[in-house]
Design a protein around this ligand. Structure first.
Ligand SMILES: [Zn+2]
Length: 237
């Protein structure tokens, strides 16, 4: 791998046995260009220069997502539960911490006096985990009947690059904790996606047609998720 510098940008260049140039910007801002082996460096440089505004646009998008995903847990800060915006209300009391939704618009956090940001973050994570655990079983049950597969185990966990995963042999699926913040239709899409993997491992024509058969608007839901900080669904396994 080589690094090509264009102004202040550093682009990692990888040469491979491929036919076309491929350019990618990653969430941390690094840029990678993959090119056919026989392409000249001067040609690669020209190509990269022609893509500069696109590269900068991608980097800005990731920066913005990074900012938006960070929370300080302060009064009236926006938090989302299944796509609905709630405003944070903080209460301090000498009692076990708890989270409550008030008037469908407020997310009330009760914490012990002096609780720090990490405490509040943990508390809210537990709340999100529980909310997901309340919703997931009925969705799995609904789709077990429709798709005709059985899920033997499922769980919720924090994942940074995947919305869900599926272990076909064990028929076990994992759901990303972040989905508690997205509309319930997105959670449903990921559940269906992972369940279809029990039938078909790859994202091939069979997989796509099963998705379309069961959830005709899946592409729309996928796009909705792809504009979120967790930027892609696992298209690898
Ligand atoms: Zn998949």
């Amino acid at each position: 791998m080589k690094v090509m510098e264009i102004g202040e940008l550093k682009i990692e260049v990888v040469k491979k046995e491929i036919k076309n140039i491929h350019l990618a910007v990653y969430p941390k801002g690094n840029i990678r260009l993959t090119s056919p082996r026989d392409l000249k460096d001067s040609t690669i440089r020209l190509y990269a220069i022609s893509k500069l505004s696109w590269i900068k646009r991608q980097q800005r998008k990731f920066e913005k997502q990074e900012r938006e995903s960070y929370r300080n847990y302060v009064e009236r800060e926006s938090h989302y539960l299944f796509g609905k915006r709630l405003l944070l209300k903080l209460k301090e009391a000498e009692m076990p911490s708890k989270v409550l939704i008030r008037n469908k618009t407020q997310l009330e956090l009760t914490v012990r006096p002096g609780a720090d940001r990490e405490k509040k973050e943990k508390l809210l994570e537990e709340f999100y985990r529980n909310e997901l655990k309340k919703r997931i079983p009925e969705l799995i049950e609904k789709w077990e009947k429709k798709i005709g597969v059985k899920v033997s185990a499922w769980g919720v966990k924090k994942m940074t690059t995947k919305w869900g995963t599926c272990n076909r042999e064990a028929k076990r699926i994992w759901i990303n904790l972040e989905l508690a913040k997205k509309p319930i239709s997105c959670l449903e899409y990921i559940i269906v996606h992972e369940m279809v993997h029990i039938i078909e491992r790859h994202h091939n024509d069979k997989f796509m047609s099963l998705m379309t058969k069961h959830l005709p608007k899946w592409k729309q839901l996928k796009n909705e998720l792809n504009t979120s900080p967790v930027s892609h669904i696992d298209w690898e396994y």
